[in-house]
Structure formats: structure tokens, C-alpha cells
Ligand binder design. Structure first.
Ligand SMILES: [Zn+2]
Length: 275
């Protein structure tokens, strides 16, 4: 049966009989504490290519050699880990974005995850936070990795990072049909009210972006500052770039839906409401 393992504030999902573990955390200590709770791992599956979920894979494979699998669409970021900080910054990235929870280890011996290899496991794809994040459904329970965040995380970081906020919102809204208990990677397990809280956080950011452009043209930088001041001031350069990258996804979603228009004026991109 599947069991939730916890190291610090991070949750992992482990199937004892099949010896399958989802994610391995970052760093030597986390891996050591995680392996102490496992009775052998034959397969380590990475839910998605964020370094806080796979950064410890080198230590893990050294202590517990096993096969390493990840969804095929997540693999470019696992094979070229510098793509993640580069995506957040928008190009060659400065030193703080190269820290271990944003920049994972290179050259991992990772192979394609194909759920057909595991007829007893109900794997689910939960796109939005990253392009092909995967979770596990175990009856009424679902391990959702970063498709949802626990309540205490939402209170601390109300501006959620999602690669594609529109897709993340659709994924979250569909979850209550699939299970009634959700285990996020970060924070406490919750029921359908946790889904509602995550949906509200994403919708709140969409509202803040729309209000930032109400009544006139605003540059992208003005929109970002306005939303961050309203929802969550970043404490570090890393959180600034996470917020910034996420917010650009909110802006582009609204642009694609025809709710706002982005144009170039001089050296700035400015946005305005489209009536
Ligand atoms: Zn993540």
C-alpha cells in the first residue's frame, strides 16, 4: 500500500511492496532521512523537474542504486538543469538563481516513465505547475506533488508559482472528481477545501493582475510591482524571480483570453484592458 513519508515540510509517496518512491528531496540529509523510512527502493519516480524534488538524486542513487524515471516531457529540464533558472530569469541567470533548490544536478541517468510498466499503479498527469507533473491516485487519496500546496504554505506564499497558471487552475478544478484526500509535496494533506483554497489563490492573482491594468496602460514592471505589493512581497531575489515568472504566465493567460492587450511602447511592453 502507498504510505506518505515526510522529511521536514516535504511529503513523499512510497509503495512498500512495489518498492516505488515518488521524489527524493534536495541534499544529502533529506535523502538519508527519507531512506531511513523506506525498506528498499527499486524505482525512484520524479514527479516533476524541480530541484527541490530531485536535487538529492545523486546521493540517493549512491546509497540506494535503482532505476530513475520521470515523465518524458519533464526530461529536458532534468537533462539540462540550467534551463530552470534560465526560464525564471529569462536568459543567462545570476548567481542566486544557481542555488541548489533551483539548479539541480546534471547528468542524471533518467529514463522515460511509462505507467504501462506499472499495471498496479494509477499514475495521473497534473499539468500546469510544470508541463507534465505526475501524481499517484490510491483510491480516494491522491499524491499531487506541487499541483496543490498545503494550507500553511498558501498562507506563507500566497502568490503560487505555476509554469502555466491557466492549466494549473483547470487541473486543480478537476481534482475533486478524482479523489477526496490530497497529499501535496509541501505542507499538510487536505480534502476538497484544500483544492478550493488553491483555486482561490490562483484566481486572486488573476484578479490582482486585472486590477493593476484597470483604467489605463501599465508597463509589465508596474503590473508585477503592483501585484507583488498586494499579494506577496518577495523576500529574496529567488522568490522575486519565481513570482515574476509566475506573474508573466498570469499576464499572458489574460492576453490569450483577449482580456488584456500587450503592446510595445518605446522600450517598454505596456498592457491595457481590452473592452
Ligand atoms: Zn515544483
Amino acid at each position: 500500500m502507498w504510505k506518505t513519508l515526510t522529511v521536514g515540510m516535504q511529503n513523499f509517496f512510497y509503495h512498500h511492496r512495489l518498492q516505488v518512491l515518488i521524489d527524493c528531496g534536495t541534499g544529502r540529509d533529506a535523502v538519508k532521512k527519507l531512506l531511513q523510512q523506506c525498506d528498499g527502493v527499486e524505482t525512484l519516480i520524479l514527479s516533476h523537474a524541480h530541484a527541490d524534488h530531485y536535487g538529492g538524486a545523486v546521493h540517493f542513487l549512491r546509497r540506494n542504486p535503482c532505476r530513475l524515471l520521470a515523465p518524458p516531457l519533464e526530461q529536458p529540464f532534468l537533462l539540462y538543469p540550467q534551463l530552470e533558472p534560465a526560464l525564471l530569469f529569462g536568459g543567462g541567470f545570476p548567481t542566486p538563481l544557481g542555488r541548489k533548490w533551483l539548479l539541480g544536478p546534471p547528468d542524471l541517468p533518467v529514463n522515460d516513465l511509462d505507467w504501462k510498466q506499472f499495471p498496479e499503479i494509477e499514475g495521473v498527469t497534473l499539468p500546469g505547475h510544470t508541463p507534465a507533473l505526475c501524481g499517484i491516485r490510491d483510491g480516494e487519496r491522491m499524491f499531487v506533488a506541487d499541483a496543490l500546496f498545503g494550507s500553511e504554505i498558501l498562507e506563507k506564499y500566497p502568490l503560487l508559482y505555476h509554469f502555466d497558471p491557466h492549466m494549473a487552475l483547470e487541473t486543480a478544478k478537476n481534482l475533486p472528481e478524482k479523489a477526496s484526500e490530497f497529499i501535496p509535496s509541501h505542507g499538510s494533506t487536505g480534502g476538497r477545501e484544500l483544492v478550493k483554497k488553491n483555486v482561490a489563490c490562483i484566481e486572486n492573482a488573476f484578479t490582482a493582475v486585472k486590477e493593476a491594468v484597470r483604467g489605463g496602460k501599465r508597463s509589465i514592471e508596474e503590473i508585477l510591482s503592483s501585484v507583488m505589493e498586494r499579494i506577496a512581497l518577495p523576500a529574496t531575489l529567488e522568490t522575486y524571480y519565481l513570482n515574476r515568472s509566475a506573474l508573466l504566465g498570469y499576464v499572458s493567460t489574460l492576453e490569450r483570453k483577449g482580456e488584456l492587450k500587450c503592446i510595445l511602447e518605446g522600450s517598454q511592453v505596456v498592457c491595457y484592458e481590452k473592452f
